[in-house]
Design a protein around this ligand. Structure first.
Ligand SMILES: CC(C)(COP(=O)(O)OP(=O)(O)OC[C@H]1O[C@@H](n2cnc3c(N)ncnc32)[C@H](O)[C@@H]1OP(=O)(O)O)[C@@H](O)C(=O)NCCC(=O)NCCS
Length: 225
């Protein structure tokens, strides 16, 4: 599934907590500085890294994530951190939201995610879904087809695990292009430039086109088990 010209140097495989340190490095170097949602909310980078690292630790526990490694050095160069969720457990995206009470912005971002999601499993008539969080490719490897490979592999894994749908929360124009080309459908979007917080003021003060849309995308799966 890795693009042909990269097959001799890269390999793709399912990962779990054993890769926490490598994932943490990738988040600090490549994900957090480019994460459109936290950038739009003007979140200090160090806080974004801390929260995303803790979320990653939680996600990796499910062994449903996928990593791309340089074969020779075993360096992690790309990841799709995935979460399996059941209809009976849908009140929150994560069971233990890290830093929800410590950082004011965190509470607002969780609310925005909840607003975007609505009752997605009921809406789709699904019992079990796999959602991708923190899809990221190291800056030295972007635009080579790796993001597309990760999404394809994630869809296959979700089907293998008996999910009804694959889901993605999309904030980047490039991620949206990948999903569109890979046959995903748009459920809805929030325009961050218009989104207001509980006080009625525009919250994402740094949101800019073309990365101003926070979108929920899905792909129905043919279960293989
Ligand atoms: C989004 C991201 C994962 C894309 O990974 P990638 O490996 O570069 O993606 P691909 O090479 O598979 O690109 C697929 C498509 O995306 C678009 N794209 C990706 N990078 C692009 C670039 N620099 N310029 C223009 N189009 C680009 C193109 O449509 C491309 O298709 P093409 O190569 O046929 O033209 C990567 O840019 C990234 O890690 N971004 C930071 C974190 C992030 O925003 N994650 C997504 C959160 S929703």
């Amino acid at each position: 599934m890795i693009p042909k010209n990269l097959k001799s140097i890269l390999e793709i495989r399912r990962i779990g907590v054993e890769c926490s340190k490598e994932v943490q490095k990738l988040i600090a170097s490549s994900y957090a500085p480019r994460a459109e949602l936290t950038k739009a909310a003007n979140v200090p980078l160090a806080q974004a890294v801390a929260v995303q690292t803790e979320r990653a630790r939680h996600l990796l526990q499910q062994n449903a994530s996928i990593g791309v490694f340089e074969k020779q050095s075993e360096t992690l160069v790309a990841v799709s951190l995935n979460l399996i969720r059941f209809r009976s457990e849908m009140s929150k995206i994560y069971k233990d939201e890290p830093f929800e009470n410590e950082f004011k912005w965190r509470h607002q971002l969780i609310k925005t995610q909840t607003d975007l999601e609505g009752n997605i499993l009921e809406e789709l008539g699904a019992e079990k879904i796999c959602s991708t969080h923190m899809l990221t490719v190291h800056t030295s490897y972007t635009h080579m087809g790796i993001g597309t490979s990760l999404i394809k592999r994630m869809v296959d894994l979700a089907a293998d695990l008996g999910c009804d749908y694959a889901i993605a929360h999309v904030t980047s124009k490039y991620a949206m292009e990948i999903l569109n080309k890979s046959g995903w459908c748009l459920l809805r979007s929030i325009d961050l430039m218009q989104y207001k917080n509980d006080n009625g003021t525009i919250y994402f003060v740094n949101a800019k086109t073309p990365n101003n849309l926070f979108s929920l995308m899905y792909r129905p799966l043919l279960k293989s088990v």
